[in-house]
Design a protein around this ligand. Sequence first.
Ligand code: ARG
Length: 377
Amino acid sequence: MVVPRVQAAIASAFGEEYRGTDPVVRPSQFADIQINAAMALAKKVGLPPRDAAARIVEALDLDGVCTEAEISGPGFINLTFDGTWIEELLNAETPGVQAVPPAEAQRVVVDYSSPNVAKEMHVGHLRTTVVGDSLVKVFEALGDTVIRQNHIGDWGTPFGMLIEHWLEIGEDSPEAALLVDDPSAFYQAARAKFDASATDEDGFATRARLRVVALQGGDQETFAVWQRLVAQSKRYFNAIYSMLGISLTDDHIAGESSYDAHLAQLCQELEDRGIARISDGALCTFPAGFTGRDGLPMPLIIRKSDGGYGYGTTDLATIRYRVRELEANRVLYVVGAPQNMHLRMVMATARDAGWLPDTVEAVHVQIGNVLGRTGRS
Ligand code: ARG
């Protein structure tokens, strides 16, 4: 829409032979986009760049698309879009997308959003949520069968502390409402109590540790409290999904806890088949091609020396489940870039184990860091 109009303006200002000119659209710091074509055109038409830019702007039809065109610097044209036009585009049934029937419909599993229970969704999660949901919609428009997987962090040691804190303050107390309204404040409060009682033998930290043991040992009452706690976090996630128009529902949740019952067997199988071995007390795989700075093979820890399982173990279980049970031809992990090494090691191990056959494509859709003004994340 914008490009043909800029090209029409160039043609009317400098002649038909320039209609095919690349308008050189770039993001702008001052407006929505920036057109940089005037600089290169200026030489060809023998004008100072700012004058060439002015001629383009004069001939440009902004109607219904832009509210403003401004010349800045050596000859940049800054364009500001008309909000109503953007809104119409967004509300259109299939904005600019036409379904192209795929050669063969795929079963695509997309792991995205995947926030953590009792924690705030940070900007990284928002990005994987938005990008993941867009991908899902594109695949669906292409005719693929898409299976959404929200791999929420709902298991592991912090849950002892979170449950114990929740029970102490009372499930219906105003402080407990933070779980939905400000999860990070809830988490911090539990953490602070835990840290303050670290050395106290009958204190909160000790009770929190016993609570994890009870939870993982299948204690009914603790399990029921945990379920209610997770339900509160789901309310928080869903409130955000609905604000953003995200298509995830509770039906798509397959959190870390859902793999727990399979982890012991998974580790045993890898050990029996010689794919994993004990190193410094921990069960590890050493997939080919991953070496540390010291040149030694890098481990993917799948069972810690204390017998606990970690992020690598659950992620191996995700791949196995998605290929075997969900019958995926393609598995996408829409996850932040810092987890690339982890996911590549998991995928390599899954290939070695035969859980990820060559016919199935596994991709880490990397989302880069969101940086603040200081350039830090
Ligand atoms: N919960 C994780 C985090 O917040 C993201 C999980 C991504 N998915 C996965 N299968 N590893 O970093």
